[in-house]
Design a protein around this ligand. Structure first.
Ligand SMILES: Cc1cc2nc3c(=O)[nH]c(=O)nc-3n(C[C@H](O)[C@H](O)[C@H](O)COP(=O)(O)OP(=O)(O)OC[C@H]3O[C@@H](n4cnc5c(N)ncnc54)[C@H](O)[C@@H]3O)c2cc1C
Length: 316
């Protein structure tokens, strides 16, 4: 059976849904093992067993978080060699992609990013050129490194839990050329889900005219993350972190509500793999309606508050 290695970086107190998705995908491709950096809580270890991991690999060095990505790639390369993995799966975050690239160089492996699904034979599917094409691609190398977009796999525990063995992997951090982190500042938490992992995203554009209140109100009614077009972030109405699109974040939620956004190709590039797209725009000719599953021709300042009120009412 093919060996599949999943990289989980600093899982925290409990595994994120995107990590459970990686473990579920790994099981569909072969026998999964997990390389974990950072603290490993009992709850996280229990999830590894629940999701059928055969082994949990830990770095010998405890200070990987003191550096930028290079030592993490070194750890993962050693873990891949230890397990004989033919496929390595990482999340599709900017850091995940950078680790993937460095890992691929170390393993002489093909790397495919922005993957939305993987066939049993290792063929990966992704959309390219600002979402204009969907492609199927397969690495020709013995090892392939894939970064997987969140929200494209339904997390499912294994039929029977495993009893993963714990393996310590030697990582000589001192021999890896790496930049040391000298200071960190915690970002204020919004209380909303992370944009790239969220199951529901409510995004606003220039049509919000400087007032993101209705977007935030609807997002909170739905337990959603808040996104934005570049027009809105460039105008300073909301932080650049919220930008969705070619030069912003790529999201793939179950539901994407687009409010006062025209649907330019650079915006579509970041959200068109969403499962259901609902567009609210007062211009019936707006290109966003070409990709929307449901369209509401109306003013965001009428539609969004009504939707939020109705959702709150139904939630009780
Ligand atoms: C290299 C490059 C990279 C880019 N990267 C990105 C990116 O990552 N993400 C991104 O989003 N853009 C990106 N852009 C910009 C992109 O081309 C568009 O300019 C941008 O997406 C437009 O944002 P918008 O839809 O909010 O604004 P507009 O195109 O101005 O659309 C506003 C929409 O709101 C509607 N509207 C106005 N008032 C209301 C109202 N009261 N109620 C309902 N609807 C209303 C209008 O009918 C219109 O359709 C990039 C551009 C370039 C050149």
């Amino acid at each position: 059976m093919a060996k599949v290695l999943v990289f989980i970086d600093n899982p925290g107190a409990a595994l994120k849904k995107s990590s459970l998705e990686l473990l579920t995908l790994a099981r569909s491709l072969g026998e999964p093992a997990v390389a974990v950096n950072g603290e490993l809580t009992d709850a996280v270890a229990a999830s590894f067993a629940e999701y059928g991991a055969a082994a949990v690999l830990r770095p010998s060095a405890q200070d990987l978080n003191d550096f930028l990505v290079a030592p993490k790639a070194a750890f993962l390369a050693a873990a891949a060699e230890n397990t004989g993995a033919g496929v390595v799966l990482l999340d599709n975050s900017p850091e995940g992609k950078e680790v993937a690239a460095r890992l691929a160089i170390r393993l002489n492996a093909g790397v495919i990013t922005d993957v939305v699904s993987v066939d049993a034979d290792g063929t990966a599917h992704k959309s390219v050129l600002a979402g204009s094409y969907t492609t199927a691609c397969k690495a020709k190398t013995p090892v392939s490194v894939l970064t997987i977009k969140a929200n494209n796999v339904v997390p499912e525990p294994a039929a029977a839990p495993s009893a993963p063995e714990t393996v310590t992997v030697e990582v000589a951090v001192g021999t890896v050329p790496a930049a040391r982190i000298t200071a960190r500042e915690q970002k204020a938490a919004s209380g909303r889900p992370d944009l790239t992992d969220a199951r529901v995203v409510v995004a606003g554009g220039r049509g919000m005219d400087g007032d993101f209140g209705p977007v935030e109100e609807l997002a909170d009614a739905l337990g959603a993350a808040v996104g934005a077009s570049r027009a809105a972030t460039d105008a300073g109405w909301i932080s650049h972190d919220a930008q969705v699109g070619q030069t912003g974040k790529t999201v793939s939620p179950q539901l994407y509500i687009s409010a006062g956004i025209s649907g330019a190709i650079q915006q579509k590039a970041g959200m068109q793999t969403s499962k259901v797209i609902v567009a609210v725009n007062k211009d019936a000719e707006s290109p966003v309606f070409e990709i929307a599953d449901f369209g509401i021709i109306g003013d965001v300042f009428d539609v969004l508050p009504q939707a939020a009120a109705e959702i709150r009412k139904r939630k009780g």
